[in-house]
Design a protein around this ligand. Structure first.
Ligand SMILES: [Zn+2]
Length: 348
């Protein structure tokens, strides 16, 4: 008899449902099956939740999860049933040229969760392709109090770190972080970890910017547009900051980024861009501004960030301000879209 598990499916804008799906089993020798202990809703899940055309069949959704290995294929070594593991938001083989260069998001044999027949993370269980390259074993129990912070290694903390690393944040650079969502706050924490002394956080939700201050922001600028740019310049002797971490993905945010970056500085964008064009005109050319960033190869950073999370030095899991069961996932989406919740943790 076929067995089922519960999982989240998206049918279109505003229409997320929790339904029965087939209990995943191994299909390829490189697969593992993971029983999900914690998952969450991402700010980027809100883009399809806002705009996706309606379909008759639902599609799996969710790309952040950690859980317990239930079964492994014959080609998987180093993982056994019972291991607690975290999955980065892209799966990858860990062996191709791109993976060895630390760009697992471009893996020749990798892909995204909830696409092309691969399970999404917002459910009770997931078949993990390329399990050996993808999963990272965590030295904790399946009820560890550290699980929320460890779950951020799946995406947001690594994404914030990617912004800081690609921008070249170090003890000598000043930093502006644009956006007070979970990625923006993670970027503040990552910039602080890399030694930045001045970190200006641009955001206007006070509860979030207060957490940003606890994560290491030295200044908060609530103003937007020209006014916000003027404020950041005022805080930096008129020059702007050496690095700008753009964690929103909307056009006004990238325009602001170029407005607050110091001449010779670097803008890194990690907010999934919802715009097509970036205006890099002659005036910007004269200022020697660099644009970098992109999708974060979370898998490349997990081992590096893990010790600080395990010893409790960093608590990126504080971005979760609501915990729900799987059946409340539709309300979790609603709450995040309405900005009632910063980031929602799911306990399936
Ligand atoms: Zn690869």
């Amino acid at each position: 008899m076929e067995k089922f598990v519960r999982a989240t499916l998206i049918y279109g804008a505003g229409d997320v449902r929790v339904e029965n799906v087939p209990d995943p089993v191994l299909k390829e020798p490189a697969d593992a099956v993971v029983r999900v202990s914690r998952s969450c809703i991402c700010g980027s899940d809100l883009w399809p939740y806002a705009a996706r055309p309606h379909t008759e069949h639902g599609d799996r959704i969710g790309h952040e999860f950690l859980g317990v290995v239930e079964d492994v294929g014959s080609e998987v070594s180093g993982l056994t049933a019972g291991d607690v593991v975290v999955a980065p938001f892209v799966w990858s083989d860990g062996t191709c040229e791109f993976c060895r260069e630390g760009l697992q998001t471009s893996c020749r044999h990798g892909g995204f969760w909830a696409a092309d027949g691969v399970d999404g993370g917002q459910g009770e269980a997931v078949r993990v392709p390329q399990a050996q390259g993808t999963l990272v074993k965590l030295p904790v129990g399946e009820d560890s109090a550290l699980l929320p912070s460890l779950l951020t290694l799946s995406d947001v903390f690594c994404t914030g770190h990617h912004a800081a690393v690609t921008a070249g944040v170090n003890p000598r650079t000043t930093v502006t972080v644009i956006g007070d969502g979970a990625v923006g706050l993670s970027a503040v924490l990552a910039a602080k970890r890399l030694g930045a002394e001045q970190i200006i956080l641009m955001g206007r939700h006070q509860a979030r910017t207060d957490l940003g201050r606890e994560f290491g922001a030295t200044d908060v600028v609530a103003e937007r547009g020209e006014e916000g740019i003027a404020k950041v310049r005022e805080l930096t002797g008129g020059d702007g900051t050496h690095t700008v971490l753009e964690c929103v993905g909307l056009e006004p945010a990238i325009v602001t980024a170029f407005g607050v970056v110091r001449d010779g500085g670097v803008v890194s964008r990690v907010g999934a861009p919802q715009y097509v064009d970036v205006r890099m005109d002659f005036a910007l050319f004269l200022r020697n501004v660099t644009l970098t960033g992109g999708v974060a190869p979370a898998r490349a950073y997990i081992e590096e960030l893990l010790p600080d999370v395990l010893d409790g030095k960093l608590e990126p899991g504080r971005v979760f301000d609501r915990t729900i069961g799987l059946d409340q996932v539709p309300d979790g989406y609603r709450a995040m879209a309405a900005r009632e919740s910063l980031k929602v943790l799911i306990r399936p």
